[in-house]
Structure formats: structure tokens, C-alpha cells
Design a protein around this ligand. Sequence first.
Ligand code: DGT
Ligand code: MG
Length: 363
Amino acid sequence: QVVLPDKEQFLMPSYACQRLTPLESHNNKFTEALSLLAENAELNNEEGRAVAFRRAAAVLKALPVMVTSATQLRGLPCLGEHSQRVIKDIIENGVSNEVESTMHSERFKALKLLTGIFGVGAKTADRWFKEGIQSLTQLVHSGHELNPAQQAGLEHYHDLNQPVTKAEAEAIGDIVRRVVLDVLPGSEMTLTGGFRRGKMTGHDVDFLITHPDEGKETGLISKVVSLLTAQGLLLYQKTTRNSYMENKGRLAQPSSTMDRFERCFCIFKLEIKEMRPDKDWRAVRVDLVVAPISQYAFAVLGWTGSKLFERELRRWASQVKSMSLSSHALFDIKQCKYLRTTSEEEIFSHLGLEFIPPTERNA
Ligand code: DGT
Ligand code: MG
């Protein structure tokens, strides 16, 4: 066996928030395989396994060259035995049998189809699958009562499973911004999520809204939703109020992936220019989130993603810095105090990390 000299091996820090991960990877065939196993684990409610596969995939995404030999994997972090076996199978045989059989299994196909319905999570899909439901038609004829989100999800299934383009995201941004400024002049709105990381398509469009005068933003979302509804632009919406509370010198809530901002999850009706035989609009999933200016930098950081990058930032904060990071705030547990900032750069600096620009957060 040929052993590559050390310089052929890569030094890589173990937290994804310590390294650059551009959009384009040299190792798509490996990362796609590992991501599929992660997705399967998520569908099976095996969170720990899913994260292990996602971390392994993220390491390969960050490698500056294509992996062609297993010796290149030596010394890389986050590659467990299972992930290494998958990578080796692909190096040696071009495919991983485990990935192939997972991908083509009835269960995986059905759960993917069912969770593709907006409002349907892994648990519900699994329950339906166990009852023998494997297609949308079977679901419709099953007599299950769907909640309003799921009804809308089913009705717009096709559109919501079509990628949203950057141009569509910007078109929606123009419409929403106009309404936001009508309701509250001086407001600011940022396109976050995958588009801010440089992606050209996404599964939804994420917007963050704020106002330079703290407090003025309160209640903004319900007025915006009323106006959008009056214009016939919302096919579905669910609005929630801000429920975030901070106590001096005490951590407000345990950090979690869900935040407590005022927000609206909606399905937007976007007019489209190109000719379609049936209709001149398409449905698009849109998230509108309102953050007070004092929390805006945290919100922008938290909503830019990727999901794994966010998870790694929070893990770094708690394990290495004894801090708790959320989309609202950064709390220093040893000093018992909140660390205030107005920019993403300062948050990285508080965390003792080099700044990673959004386009390099594609872990
Ligand atoms: P996409 O839409 O397929 O291009 O992918 P992303 O990266 O835009 O993912 P998405 O839209 O699910 O979420 C964007 C980011 O926002 C992601 O890093 C996680 C974060 N995020 C999503 N939902 C929530 C939430 O409920 N609370 C918080 N704090 N963050 C969320
Ligand atoms: Mg998104």
C-alpha cells in the first residue's frame, strides 16, 4: 500500500465554525451519500446518528481537493467508523451499497414524499407509513384529518417542492419590503437563509425585519400580514408573537434551535412571468421574522445557517467558551452576563473565532 507523505494530509479544525466551507465542494459524491444517510437517520428520529453523518459530510465539504484515497482521511476530525466505511466503499466501488439500498427502500421513499408536505414532520410521516400510506393519493383517501398547514401543503405540494430561484426570492422581497415600509417607514429587511450564503436556489425564502428604534417593530408582523392578505398574496399563514424575555444576569431560556421572535410562516402567491398553461402564479414558502434592533446581529447570524454551521457555533460556544448562543443573545455563563453586540463580526470575536463570511458557512 502506498502511504502518502504527511503533506498530502490535511489539517482541519474540528468545529465547522472554525473553518471555511464554500458552496462548491470537491467531494459531492461523498457528501451527497453521507447527507442521504443523515436524512434517513433524521426520518428515523435518530438525531445523534444524523448529526454524526452531517459533521462527516461537512468535513469533506471543506476539503480543498477531491478525496481519491482513504489515506487522505487520516487525521481528519469527525469521521467516525461508519462514515469512513461509506467513503471507502465509494472510493473502491464508485457507490456505497448502504446508500443505494437506503435510497431505494420503500420506507425512505415514502417518508421523503410525506415529509415533503409542508406541515408534516418525521413522526407523522412514520405513523402514516406504518398504516400503509405511501403516496399522496393514499393519504387523501385515508380519511386522516389534516391540519390547516398540512392541507395547504398538500394543495400546493408540487410548487412547494420546486426549488425557489434567487430571482423569485428577490421578487418576493420587493413586494414584502414595500408593504413593510408602508406599515413602518424606516424598517430594514434582509434576505437570510441559504440565499445569503450564495445559494442560487432554496426550499424557501427567509427574511429578517427590524427597525432602528427599538420597540417600534413590536406588532409589525400582524399589520404586514393583514395587508398582504388583503392583496390576496398569502395562500396560508401562521403568525406568532414575540415571546422572548430576558432577565438581568440570568440566562433567559435554555438555548434551542427554535427562537421566540415575532414571525409569520407563510405560503406566498407569486405571480410568474413565463407562460404556463394552467396558472400564472406559483406558491413559495416564505418566513418573515421580526427582531428588535438590539438582537438583530444574533438573528441575522442565526438565520443565515447552514443548520449544521449554527449547531456547531452553539456547540463551540457552550463547550469551549462556557457561553450560550441563541438567535437572540450571547450569554457568558462564567461572568453571568449578556455580551451585547451590533454586528456578526463582534459575535465571532466574543466567541474567540475568526470571522467567517456568510458564503463560507455552507457546512
Ligand atoms: P434552503 O431554504 O433549502 O436554501 O436552506 P436554508 O439554509 O435557508 O435553511 P432554512 O430555510 O431551513 O433555514 C435557514 C436558517 O435559519 C437555518 O440555518 C436554520 C435557521 N432556522 C430555521 N428555522 C429556525 C427557527 O425556527 N429558529 C431559529 N432560530 N432558526 C431557524
Ligand atoms: Mg431557507
